[in-house]
Design a protein around this ligand. Structure first.
Ligand code: PAF
Length: 307
């Protein structure tokens, strides 16, 4: 979609820069850093919602300049996934970002990011192999490749990712560590609708009945702190509770697990901090959600204080 390279945002706000050229984006980033400003980046695929905007705010608290990238990355979608129908709302996204005072939007084309003949890819770290890695074998290779490219183009001081995609956040954090990238990775809390549904660009696919059924993910996750709080340590038992809760509402469960929150490895018993992770289909829409729970049953699933 064609869009003005600079959008005026009224008297009090400076104009937002919109760049699509990787070289110009790199020079812009370096210029801010030479001027003494810290640069924060929020990589997105657009179709922005409050969850993304909270990442922008998190970047803003730590950095003088904030860049948001908008690129629907083809290499992270499987052959039968929703690449073609993924919502593309560039004009609206840019409006939201300029209202928030974002300094720069990087919205490259497919050809900018994957020039003709490009064939180099990133082999993802070990934490990519389970769960999503089993269900979607190509996915994290595509995510790591695009995030590395974005962090080459925008060598930001801080990059903010959402905890909603928990495994993705760990994969990226480990890749950044393993490849000695200079950018710090921040993993920011999940934004939820007032009833608890985790915000996601894919929620727009849900019809009214599906939207109601989608709540079962967060409700099933509540079983995790509840069970641990009751002294149940056996992860198998807790997983069974989650699945039994989910089954009447969802059309397919890809996984509903309680695993180590750092490595995502299976645990027989809850002996350290765990994460409950669910991926399930509501109709044709694949949704995920998660919550981190300590051995004492303390959790980040605090819906009331999260909106
Ligand atoms: O989480 C997303 O929106 C994407 O996976 C990301 C990190 C922007 C890479 O395309």
């Amino acid at each position: 979609m064609a869009i003005d390279p600079v959008i005026e945002t009224g008297d009090s706000m400076p104009a937002i820069n919109i760049l699509d050229c990787p070289k110009k984006m790199f020079r812009w980033t370096r210029q801010q850093q030479v001027n003494g400003d810290l640069v924060g980046v929020v990589p997105t695929m657009g179709a922005l919602h409050e969850g993304h905007l909270s990442l922008v705010e998190a970047a803003r608290t730590r950095c003088e300049k904030v860049v948001v990238t908008i690129f629907v990355n083809p290499t992270q979608f499987g052959p039968n996934e929703d690449y073609e129908r993924y919502p593309r709302t560039l004009q609206k996204d840019v409006g939201l970002l300029s209202d928030l005072g974002v300094d720069c939007v990087f919205a490259p084309s497919k050809e900018d990011m994957y020039p003709q003949g490009s064939s180099t890819t990133v082999a993802p770290p070990a934490v990519a192999t389970m769960l999503e890695g089993e269900c979607r074998p190509e996915h994290f290779g595509g995510v790591c490749t695009i995030v590395l490219k974005l962090l080459q183009i925008i060598p930001a001081d801080l990059a903010c990712f959402g905890q909603k995609d928990f495994q993705q956040a760990l994969v990226i954090r480990n890749m950044v560590r393993d490849l000695n990238l200079p950018t710090e990775v921040a993993i920011c809390p999940i934004k939820r609708e007032p009833d608890g549904l985790a915000m996601s660009s894919r929620n727009v696919y849900l019809d009214a009945g599906e939207r109601k059924r989608a709540l079962s993910l967060v409700q099933a996750l509540r079983q995790v702190p509840e069970a641990i709080g009751q002294g149940i340590k056996d992860t198998g038992l807790i997983e069974t509770r989650m699945k039994e809760f989910l089954r009447p509402f969802v059309d397919r469960i890809d996984y509903a697990v309680v695993v180590d929150s750092e490595t995502l490895e299976c645990l027989e018993a809850v002996e350290r901090t765990v994460v409950g992770l669910i991926a399930a289909y509501i109709g044709k829409t694949r949704l995920f959600d998660n919550c981190v729970v300590s051995v004492a049953g303390e959790t980040d699933l605090l819906i009331e204080s999260n909106h």
